[in-house]
Ligand binder design. Structure first.
Ligand code: TNX
Length: 526
């Protein structure tokens, strides 16, 4: 019996052969390079004709990798939802029924340099999406989604065609890490709210969502060996609301949802500061001394709590917590926080960071910490996340660590846009859409080699927001700009050009019911 792979290959070959006999359609002139793609691809080469997407278009995938078929199904679902079709994938259609096809092809071409690289070859009768891995195919699928116009052309044949400009797209990311962070500790966000955020990020080729799971006001992840963390610590949040937490099943559901979009989840347990909720649940964790005595905290102060750093019981507790989290987190990273430990003595802080880093390593994960951790002697696999001190990032880099760029003045999604902003804080300044876009992660820290920059992350702290509409108000449109800073080459980034492309995101944002901030800097499409 012929294998499915051979069958599909045979269909593709014979389709390619018989298409030349099909009736010619007179397509209007198109321009692939003027489609408002975000993030901007490395290179597009227009050939000025069109592929007419319609309800008979076949979607086929390399059958040697089921993950490619999954990328195909994702594309089919999105096309169906947008255009009301019923496309399926690798359907055994009669050849004569197929006018045009999209083929998602696993390729080992040396031109596909990274796992996320992809190429699109768009001709009148076929679209080839080539990628080495399913992650690359998935990124290419997002580009294809963006290439499908809002309006059909109803005059070329007896039925509507959605015209995709022909030509080639060559694309790959600048940085291997392109993340956003959501603080679910200051205010809790439901699984569905997190999923919606993931969906929006995936469309712009993000590959990581960092969840800030614990802070003074709440602990949001079930730890089976220490149940009071959520029984007590999960019940509070900023402003006095009821809080909430993810069961481990909820957490796994979020991870799977992200993985289906080739994104990882990075869990953060912030410590030794920002630990009031944990110490309220288990008082032996509390440092004493200058640290405030644990009590329910619903205010927005920072820097008053600390774990005890010299008790074996604290490290036994952390061994359990990190062990449980590592066992349900497939991604390579665990974030250990480390910021604003103002009531932890420096020598205690260093001792703590070094011990906790070793626990993370013991469970086979890499540690990430906010830039303060650079004061400690770090394993070179540990990653420092720059938020306020470029020199700390530099110090970590000199020790071999890689850096995630999240400078507060540029990337903090919780900063107000301008004086009209309804939500947000201002301590790092206001960040209008152009200020968020107009900087270069490559040059932000003088002397930091590009190879040592793991990528870019935009953090969204949630002191002033507590639901999807408020989250979206702060995150969008700025998060769309950060996707381009992480993905696109510096020479392809230009505010004026980006501004035009951003304006054209309106149909997508509306379809997704995104409550974006309608910044006056953008001439939003109707
Ligand atoms: C500083 S940034 C913090 C957070 C706050 C945020 C508010 C960082 C590592 N720590 O605890 O939520 O400012 O913008």
């Amino acid at each position: 019996m012929l294998s499915r792979a051979v069958l599909i290959f045979a269909v593709v070959i014979s389709l390619a052969a018989c298409q030349s006999q099909k009736k010619e359609i007179n397509f209007p002139k198109t321009d692939l390079s003027s489609v408002p793609l975000i993030p901007k691809p490395v290179k597009t080469v227009p050939t000025n004709s069109a592929f007419g997407l319609d309800s008979t278009t076949a979607i086929l995938t390399s059958a040697n990798d089921p993950a490619f078929e999954k990328a195909g199904r994702f594309l089919a679902e999105k096309i169906n939802a947008k255009l009301g079709f019923k496309l399926s994938v690798n359907n055994t259609l009669e050849e004569k029924e197929i006018d045009r096809f999209i083929y998602i092809n696993q390729s080992d071409s040396i031109d596909l340099k990274t796992t996320e690289s992809y190429q699109l070859y768009i001709k009148k009768d076929s679209i080839y999406l080539n990628a080495k891995t399913a992650a690359g195919a998935f990124r290419g699928v997002q580009t294809l989604r963006q290439l499908i116009p809002e309006q059909s052309n109803d005059t070329l044949t007896d039925h509507p065609l959605w015209l995709i400009p022909t030509g080639k797209v060559y694309d790959e990311p600048q940085f291997e890490y392109r993340g956003a962070m959501l603080d679910v500790a200051r205010h809790f966000f439901t699984v569905d709210e997190v999923k919606k955020f993931i969906d929006l990020l995936a469309y712009y080729k993000y590959n990581a969502l960092h969840l800030h799971l614990t802070d003074d006001q709440g602990w949001r992840l079930e730890i089976k060996s220490w149940p009071k963390l959520t029984e007590i610590g999960g019940k509070t949040e900023v402003g006095g609301g009821e809080g909430g937490f993810y069961t481990q099943e909820d957490y796994k559901e979020i991870i799977q949802y992200a993985a289906d979009r080739h994104m990882i989840i990075i869990p953060e347990i912030d410590m030794p500061g920002h630990t009031n909720a944990a110490s309220l649940s288990y008082p032996f964790l509390h440092a004493g001394g200058k640290a405030d005595k644990p009590r329910v905290r619903t205010d927005m102060k920072v820097g008053y709590s600390s774990f005890h750093t010299r008790k074996d019981t604290v490290y036994a507790f952390l061994d359990d917590v990190i062990g449980e989290i590592a066992s349900i987190t497939p991604g390579p990273y665990i974030h250990i926080g480390g910021d604003e430990s103002h009531v932890t003595k420096k020598k205690d802080y260093l001792h703590f960071v070094e011990k906790v880093e070793k626990i993370v390593l013991k469970y086979g994960k890499k540690a990430i910490g906010w830039n303060e951790i650079a004061q400690a002697k770090l394993d070179p696999s540990t990653i420092a996340q720059l938020w306020n001190e470029p020199h700390s990032a530099m110090k970590a880099a000199e020790g071999g660590s890689r850096i995630i760029m999240s400078p507060a003045k540029k990337t903090y999604l919780d900063m107000k846009y301008d004086s009209l902003s309804q939500y947000g804080l201002t301590w790092a300044g206001m960040i209008p859409v152009d200020v968020g876009y107009n900087w270069s992660p490559e040059n932000y820290v003088e002397g930091l080699p590009k190879e040592q920059i793991l990528g870019v992350e935009a953090p969204l702290w949630s002191e002033t927001i507590s639901n999807s509409a408020e989250l979206e108000y702060l995150a969008f449109p700025r998060a769309i700009g950060y996707s381009e800073l992480g993905w696109s080459k510096p020479e392809n980034r230009d505010w004026e050009d980006f501004r035009q492309r951003l304006a054209q995101q309106v149909p997508f944002l509306n379809r997704m019911e995104v409550n974006y901030y309608p910044s006056k800097l953008i001439d939003w499409a109707e």
